[in-house]
Design a protein around this ligand. Structure first.
Ligand code: F6P
Length: 538
């Protein structure tokens, strides 16, 4: 039975009718302690959801929805290694990757031993590179890392690397290349000294086209200067497909495994996070894992009203399925967190951008929202106009670290004031009567701000490796809870496959080994236009 036919879903629909026009500001009158009540604190994070468009009744109904979905049990199943990825017959065990020693689920002893061995490899490699004992083929230490990977093999480590910038203690730089666009690798290789560069090829499948093409170009660049045997000093792979990595030319000792039970978008906690250990040290990487493990414990043990991931998830469902908001914006008021929306796009949209339930029925309700966002305060001078006055209302998370890593108090006071006042403006709006009396009617109508637009604020005591780990795990569990309520399999991504297959065929057409039968006239024509330029026919 579809969730839309359950009494709780119908109750939420009728409750939504009464809440659509309810003023968020009036909820503070209905619930005098709302500002301090509607707060959850854990792991150095404070979720303030008092500016949500949700009443006591809404929260009661959302709790019933969470209970009827069996979210508590599903969370236990996730960490215990249940086969939740039913279309690929796999567990989804990213929580095992960050479990503290001795704190893993008893049934997962063998898998945890493998995790420990891989972590030891990450630790050893990072210590050798950082201490200068890992030497390139000409005896020089490593100063630059070239990380080649895409999707989950790129977005997570790149985002964490940038977010931890204040913790940089050594001059080792990591350069990330994901896109197959040759401009990127061309540009990056031009500035690298091959004698001091370590290349990490990261691909769970070791068959992803972009990574294969970029890795081949990087390998050829190395081979212009050294013999095949010397590649071991400069080439490392992180993969689940060890034989393909060996065939590519990576030495067996230089391959660190990941497992099929780690989804790409959840893989930064595995050896995929090697750049973090290389740049910041293994202890910092471990601190990141610890922060995520703390959030896992919170998720597993806190009651619904105190459970940060569950509350974020259920509020998101309320906005998306019942109040008709089709997108969700993540707005970090921290320069170093500016890549978080990119990471969350893959995490959320690749997980819950689905139309079939886990048992293969077509859904009759909306599933994952469009996720987007950008760095505050920059967004205020760009897309916030739409948030304040546009017709498509988005749900919003404002993220704000309280303690910066600099001493520029004036800057930080302004940053904080900007963030807090944006959520205030969205909630309160501005009526026609509040606009100067001498304003013309025309201009007045343009200055009116509808207000009554909800948001969450997530305060971060300070952005540290631990709180960053907790924050990313928070969003992982939010996405998981939503996937469970929508009855999806959030751990597969079949929707990306067709494009890969058709891409292969168009590539063959370009190369002259075409199968034009399976190409439509438009794609065929566009391919021919490209070929005429490429082959110099024009
Ligand atoms: O095409 C989508 C995807 O499979 C993602 O799920 C994954 O993170 C990315 O490609 C990269 O895959 P791989 O690590 O196997 O190269």
């Amino acid at each position: 039975m579809s969730i839309t036919n359950t009494p709780i879903w119908r109750n939420l629909i009728s409750h939504a009718h009464s809440m659509q026009s309810k003023a968020i500001a009036s909820l503070f009158d209905d619930e005098p302690e709302r500002a301090s009540n509607r707060i959850i604190q854990t792991c150095g994070l404070t979720l303030d959801y008092s500016k949500s468009k949700a009443s006591n009744e809404t929260f009661k109904l959302l709790e019933i929805l969470a209970n009827q979905t069996g979210l508590k049990g599903k969370a236990q199943g996730l960490t215990a290694g249940e086969m939740l990825n039913n279309t690929e017959q796999r567990a989804a065990l990213h929580t095992l990757l960050r479990a503290r020693p001795g704190q893993h689920h008893p049934d997962l002893k063998n898998k945890y031993s493998e995790v420990e061995v891989a972590l030891k490899q990450v630790e050893r490699l990072s210590r050798e590179v950082r201490s200068g004992t890992w030497l390139g083929s000409t005896g020089k230490s490593i100063t630059d890392v070239l990380h080649i990977g895409i999707g989950g093999s790129y977005l997570g480590p790149r985002m964490i690397d940038e977010a931890l910038t204040p913790y940089r203690d050594q001059a080792i730089n990591c350069h990330y290349v994901a896109n197959v666009d040759g401009h990127h690798i061309d540009h990056v290789l031009a500035d690298l000294n091959w004698e001091r560069t370590l290349i990490i090829v990261v691909s769970k499948s070791f068959s992803t086209m972009e990574t294969r093409v970029n890795a081949t170009s990087a390998q050829q660049w190395l081979l212009q200067h050294m013999k095949q045997d010397d590649l071991d000093k400069h080439l490392v792979a992180i993969t689940n497909n060890v034989s393909a990595a060996i065939e590519f030319g990576v030495g067996r000792e230089n391959i660190i495994p990941i497992w099929d039970w780690v989804g790409g978008r959840y893989s930064l906690w595995s050896a995929v996070g090697l750049p973090i250990a290389l740049i910041y040290g293994f202890e910092t990487f471990r601190a990141l894992l610890d922060g995520a493990a703390d959030m896992d414990q919170h998720f597993l043990t806190a009651d619904f009203h105190q459970n940060m991931p569950m509350m974020l998830a259920l509020l998101g469902i309320w906005y998306h399925n019942f109040l008709g908001m089709t997108s969700h914006a993540v707005l970090p008021y921290d320069h170093w967190l500016r890549l978080l929306p990119d990471h969350l796009q893959q995490l959320d949209m690749e997980s819950n951008g689905k139309s079939a339930t886990s048992m293969g029925e077509t859904v009759d309700y909306t599933t994952g929202p469009l996720i987007w966002g950008g760095e505050g305060t920059n967004g205020q001078h760009a897309f916030h106009q739409l948030l304040h006055q546009g017709t498509g209302v988005a749900s919003i998370d404002f993220l704000l670290p309280l303690r910066p890593h600099h001493d520029r108090t004036e800057h930080h006071d302004w940053l904080v004031a900007s963030c807090l006042s944006q959520s205030q403006a969205l909630m309160q709006g501005k009526t026609a009567e509040e606009i100067d009396a001498d304003t013309s009617d025309l201009v007045r109508s343009h200055k009116v701000m509808p207000g009554n637009r909800p948001s969450n604020t997530i305060l971060i005591t300070q952005l540290t490796p631990e709180t960053l780990g907790s924050l990313v795990a928070l969003y992982e569990h939010k996405v998981f809870c939503q996937g469970m309520v929508w009855d999806l399999n959030p751990f597969d991504q079949w929707g990306v496959e067709l494009g890969k297959v058709l891409g292969e065929n168009v590539y063959k057409m370009i190369e002259g080994a075409a199968n034009t039968d399976i190409v439509d006239p438009s794609t065929n024509n566009l391919t021919e236009i490209y070929k005429s330029i490429r082959n110099g026919d024009d």
